[in-house]
Ligand binder design. Structure first.
Ligand SMILES: NC(=O)c1ccc[n+]([C@@H]2O[C@H](COP(=O)([O-])OP(=O)(O)OC[C@H]3O[C@@H](n4cnc5c(N)ncnc54)[C@H](O)[C@@H]3O)[C@@H](O)[C@H]2O)c1
Length: 733
């Protein structure tokens, strides 16, 4: 065997089956790297030559992971599309070697079998998977703006049919073993302990049979779905209908912002119409183009940033250790408190005391948690027994019993400074001596809340997003007094709760709320100019936001938005002033979706714009503005505010600012976040645009000093000589 990379070990058994164990040295999971090619080739030559080997099983020696994918680090060094095409060609060749191997090869899949890993498994002649929860199969490449470049776009449709394949390819979703079996992706699902043994049996049964990694659709002819699939894919008209519909559905979702998905459709279609070889050519070409695309670069940068954040303790001093948190107290069992209880028990596996002021409040919180579990039980993600066990980890209470044990208390009561300060005093009276008090306030300064504390170094913000069990971000907010060990402890807990965590400095609106407010405010200004509601929201959807700013205002609550806006205006002055007429909207009793009266209608099925909103605002929707102009104005408000935060040192890095905006506010991921957006457009262009708007609309568009400095010096936020956070303070406001 080759000793070049030592990723493969061959066990030649007496029964004629050789098990190829993959075990990449030094890593906890297997990922495919470019330099394995020689070792793979050598291994398969050896297996082909060795007469005593009659069949092969491909398995992983790692715990709970088959092959987690190809290593994407190598893509960043790719300078030209041709080099990426060559990478794809090499992957295709390696998998072709497996697919056309003269002896049967069966994959024994236990754990993550994703991306390049699934492409290897698809090239094998059979697949057996373990029923373990960690066994997941999928082709997530599109989430990085890429497509599977080692034959996956061709083998998957041939194995499971075009419709099912497109569903996996275009979403990047992962399926468990049972679902994979239903799709025809794996042949059998067995207990983890016997997955290799059963794969060996499958391999033996195939000895002497022609190698076939070919479609199984004809075997499933009794299946009506398979028949429909044949009707759709085997005649040109059916195919046209299928691809036209898929393209239309895709466009509704992506609005043309995600080229990878478009290319996947093209490439699958080529393979279906012109054969495997043409399909593989198209796949390699498209892979090359996508690797070089700005969308993929941005999406890959987000992936790397989240990987980095997983290793970041949240403080600069590497000596600081987080404290063990074994019991968490939560104050307020409302929407947020209950959501935080859910992620603490279910993901962080830490018991919770959930306190509200009365029994109804406690019960409502517990019901909220129970409902999430029940949903998962229905979807078979959880057994009823596991749900019961998790429920037992949340103890509801109306008093502070049990709080003497809680090393950390998250406060999620009403947004009221006096109340929150009272909570600080209560918790310090009953809790352990150095209990951490973490407030989930969305707008009150943590420094103010900490004034009530005898130990302000233990007071911090843990700003979660709603709904807590779905939103990926946690913004940890530190004051000048917060101790590093407190920050590190909250960051560690947040990660255990499954969150991507950024640490920001205390200040009005922290980071996320602060950069969202001017964007929402700009939307209100554009509305006040007479541009219709739907034109504004549609423009932002086209730009890549998941929800338009006015629809979002309805969701957050028009009253809540106005209140936060007021707090920020007090802090930052006129640049956050709402347009005239907004106060009439509030006075008219419109609060958004929660009271069924907002910019949109919430009665019956029609969820269109509520046309009566214009009269309340005292405007006529008469104005048309190009969608691009709307998107630029709103986005630049957010980007400029993010740059101000950067200059003031609110952020620890541009990376955190990008992640916060994408994961907390839905900034278009394919644009990489506000800071990558500036880098890709160029600070000079951004400043020129801001100055143009400043001349027309006034000082709310005054460019942040850091942007001006960057435009003059041609520096970037990311890149080779990045500008440092906190280096330029605001001059605006
Ligand atoms: N809803 C959001 O989207 C969101 C997002 C981030 C942060 N926040 C912040 O989270 C906090 C809670 O928001 P929410 O949406 O969950 O509100 P909510 O009204 O749903 O819940 C607040 C809960 O606090 C309880 N409560 C009030 N006084 C109490 C006391 N003295 N002791 C114990 N419980 C008490 C109430 O009974 C209620 O159940 C607020 O500070 C809010 O600004 C909300």
């Amino acid at each position: 065997m080759s000793d070049r990379t030592n990723a493969l070990r061959i066990e030649e058994r007496a029964d004629g089956v050789a098990v190829v164990w993959m075990d990449v040295p030094g890593d906890s999971v297997n990922t495919l790297k470019e330099d394995f090619a020689d070792e793979f080739a050598e291994a398969f030559s050896h297996l082909e030559r060795t007469d005593t080997v009659k069949a092969v099983v491909f398995a992983s020696a790692k715990n709970d992971s088959f092959i987690a994918g190809a290593n994407i680090d190598m893509l960043d060094s790719v300078q030209r599309a041709e080099d990426a095409v060559a990478l794809s060609r090499a992957g295709q060749a390696a998998n072709d070697r497996i697919a056309s191997f003269p002896k049967p090869i069966v994959a024994a899949i236990h754990g993550a079998c994703l991306g390049g890993g699934l492409e290897v498994a698809l090239a094998c002649h059979g697949r057996v998977a373990s029923s373990h929860r960690k066994t997941k199969l999928g082709l997530p490449e599109c989430q990085l703006g890429l497509l599977p470049g080692a034959g996956g776009t061709q083998r998957l449709p041939r194995l499971i049919g075009v419709q099912a394949a497109l569903d996996l390819l275009l979403t990047g979703k992962q399926v468990d073993a049972r679902k994979a079996q239903k799709l025809g992706l794996v042949d059998e699902v067995v207990a983890p302990a016997i997955v290799v043994d059963v794969a060996i049996e499958h391999a033996k049964k195939r000895i002497g049979r022609a190698a076939d990694a070919a479609p199984k659709l004809l075997d499933r002819l009794a299946d009506t779905e398979a028949l429909a699939e044949l009707a759709l894919t085997k005649n040109p008209l059916g195919r046209k209908v299928l691809f036209d519909q898929a393209r239309k559905k895709l466009h509704e979702k992506t609005r043309g912002n995600y080229p990878a998905q478009e290319r996947i459709l093209d490439v699958v279609k080529v393979g279906l119409e012109d054969g495997m070889e043409a399909g593989l050519d198209a796949e390699a070409e498209a892979f090359g183009a996508l690797v070089m695309s700005p969308e993929s670069r941005a999406l890959r940068s987000i992936f790397f940033a989240t990987q980095e954040l997983k290793k970041d303790s949240g403080v600069d001093d590497p000596e600081v250790q987080p404290k063990d948190v074994r019991h968490v107290g939560i104050l307020g069992a409302g929407l947020m408190g209950a959501g935080i209880a859910y992620v603490t028990t279910t993901r962080a596996k830490t018991p919770v005391r959930l306190k509200d002021r009365d029994a109804d409040g406690v019960l409502a919180g517990l019901r909220y948690v129970r409902d999430i579990h029940d949903g998962r039980v229905r979807r078979r993600r959880l057994t009823p027994m596991e749900a019961d066990r998790l429920m037992m980890m949340t103890l509801g209470t109306r008093d502070y019993s049990g709080f003497h044990r809680c090393e950390l208390v998250v406060e999620a009561v009403f947004e009221d400074l006096d109340l929150k300060q009272r909570m600080v005093r209560d918790v310090e009276a009953v809790g352990p001596q150095d209990v951490i008090f973490a407030s989930n306030t969305s707008s009150l300064p943590i420094t103010e809340i900490a004034r009530a504390s005898a130990h302000p170094e233990t007071v911090i913000g843990m700003h979660y997003f709603s709904p807590v069990h779905k939103m990926p971000l946690l913004e940890v907010v530190v004051t000048d007094q917060t101790a590093d060990w407190v920050t590190a402890t909250c960051v560690a807990l947040g990660k255990r709760q499954g969150k991507t965590v950024i640490v920001v400095k205390d200040g009005p609106g922290f980071y996320t709320t602060r950069i969202l407010a001017p964007m929402m405010n700009e939307a209100a200004h554009i509305l006040a100019e007479g541009v219709p509601v739907e034109a504004i929201d549609e423009a932002m959807l086209d730009f890549g936001f998941p929800i338009g700013p006015l629809k979002l205002t309805d969701e957050v609550g028009i009253d809540v938005g106005a209140k936060v806006g007021e707090v920020l205006r007090e802090a930052f002055g006129e640049r956050l002033s709402p347009p005239a007429g907004m106060e009439r909207l509030i006075a008219s009793g419109r609060k958004g979706r929660k009271n069924g009266r907002g910019f949109y209608r919430y009665d019956g099925k029609d969820r269109g714009v509520d046309e009566t909103v214009y009269a309340d605002l005292g405007i006529e929707p008469h104005q048309t503005l190009p969608a691009e102009e709307i998107a630029w104005r709103c986005t630049l408000q957010m980007v400029n505010e993010a740059a101000l935060c950067f200059g003031e040192g609110i952020l620890r890095s541009a990376r955190d600012g990008d992640i916060g905006a994408i994961f907390g506010l839905g900034f278009p991921p394919f644009r990489g976040g506000p800071f990558r957006f500036v880098d890709s457009v160029g600070a000079r262009t951004i400043v020129r645009r801001l100055r143009g708007y400043e001349a027309r609309f006034g000082p709310r568009f005054r460019p942040a000093p850091v942007l001006v400095a960057m435009a003059e010096s041609e520096r970037t936020f990311h890149g080779a000589a990045p500008i440092a956070p906190g280096s330029l303070r605001t001059g605006s406001g």
